[in-house]
Design a protein around this ligand. Structure first.
Ligand code: TXA
Ligand code: MG
Length: 360
């Protein structure tokens, strides 16, 4: 295991985009007002700015500018039907974008904002069709990052921002990830260093009486339930139906590296056994070196997934982490990155199935 694991960790660390004129480095805690001012002016004049939040880097546009919002979809290659989150600098600004603010929304905003929580509510007339895909609701979030907060305040408008990656790819946790993936249509990439949490915000729909988690993220289900009692959520079924389970689903394959990733459940020796059996078949395989602690795993996950594609291995294996707290979001992203594939043994049928991922 050691050699390949080290190569993935090293590739994840060697993450340098020096010389890219779009990059504007700032101290994440005390960002230079000159850089924030330039970026805010760019947003107001209809250009796109990538910026750090506490979760991942966002690709921002003035949320009231239909041309800039359309450019976000074009730059990402994202379908116009997939709505954007509007980032705001205060609860009042969030309320002004919604038609009906609920008690649950107040409780959640007071408890977790600024922070990694996105609320879905009925939209107000101020919200343009371009950000909602024409739907009746809007997603709002007040991020906890001095750069994001400073930028939104200086721009004076809500900032529509998806994660700053190409559609379906792994979200960026460094400015170099953004710069390597998105072209010159992004005029400024504010470089505030690696993001703190590493996975996206929790998206909670509060339009119905019972709040429902649409995407697990930085605020845990336990924390939401501690505040609100009953909270619904979408549970992913990661149990295998045969040697290799493939569960098709619309969102599977999101967050995926090019290197085929498969989840492994069962005895810890199974990963080594699979690596050995795949080596006999002429395939190199690496175990994703995810830290055991789920907060650290969340922070490192996307860099490690990106690094897989630079190491030249044929296949990757990963074990799920403890599902409590932020571990639920880590496992959700791992499951999607693996296209729902999970193996539980190193039997012939399993090994054949893994080989067929590389040699169909
Ligand atoms: O942490 C985050 O949330 C990051 C940072 C940049 O803030 N943003 C982010 O945006 O992850 P994006 O676009 O990559 O993911 C937003 C998710 C998508 O799954 C989208 O479908 C969902 O939020 N969403 C947005 N508006 C929605 C709405 N009105 N109803 C339901 N889901 C919505
Ligand atoms: Mg995204």
């Amino acid at each position: 295991m050691g050699r390949h694991d080290d190569s993935v960790s090293a590739a994840a660390a060697a993450d340098d985009a020096a010389g890219d004129a779009r990059l504007r480095p700032v101290d994440p805690h005390h960002p230079d007002p000159g850089v924030i001012g330039d970026a805010a002016a760019a947003l107001r004049s209809g250009r796109l700015v990538a910026f750090p939040t506490e979760t991942v880097y966002g690709l921002g546009a003035n949320a009231f500018d239909p041309v800039a919002v359309a450019a976000v979809f074009a730059v990402k290659g994202r379908p116009a039907s997939d709505p954007l989150i509007l980032h705001v600098a205060s609860i009042d600004d969030a309320m002004s974008l919604t038609a009906r603010w609920s008690d649950a929304a107040s409780a959640l905003a007071e408890a977790f904002w600024p922070g990694p929580l996105t609320l879905v509510l009925d939209r107000s007339e101020r919200v343009i069709d371009g950000v909602t895909g024409g739907g009746p609701t809007v997603a709002v979030r007040l991020p906890a990052h001095p750069v994001a907060e400073g930028l939104i305040r200086a721009a004076g408008v809500p900032v529509a921002a998806p994660s700053a990656n190409r559609f379906g790819r792994v979200s960026p946790t460094t400015a170099a990830h953004v710069a390597s993936e998105l072209g010159p249509d992004v005029s400024i990439v504010i470089d505030g260093g690696p993001t703190q949490l590493g996975v996206e915000s929790t998206v909670v729909d509060v339009t119905a009486r019972r709040p429902r988690v649409l995407r697990p993220g930085g605020v845990s289900l336990e924390d939401l339930r501690g505040l609100l009692g009953d909270v619904d959520h979408v549970e992913r079924d990661v149990h295998p139906v045969d040697a290799v389970a493939i569960s098709p689903g619309s969102s599977l394959g999101h967050y995926s590296p090019d290197t085929p990733l498969t989840l492994v459940e069962g005895d810890p020796s199974l990963v080594g056994a699979l690596e050995g059996r795949l080596a006999v078949r002429g395939l190199t395989c690496v175990a994703l070196p995810l830290p055991a602690d789920s907060a650290t795993a969340a922070r490192d996950l996307y860099s490690l997934l990106r690094a897989l594609d630079t190491t030249g291995v044929d296949l990757a294996l990963a074990r799920l982490v403890d599902p409590s707290g932020i571990g639920r979001a880590v496992n959700d992203r791992l499951y999607r990155a693996a296209h729902g594939r999970l193996v539980v043994d190193a039997a012939d049928a399993t090994v054949n199935r893994l080989v067929s991922l590389v040699r169909p």
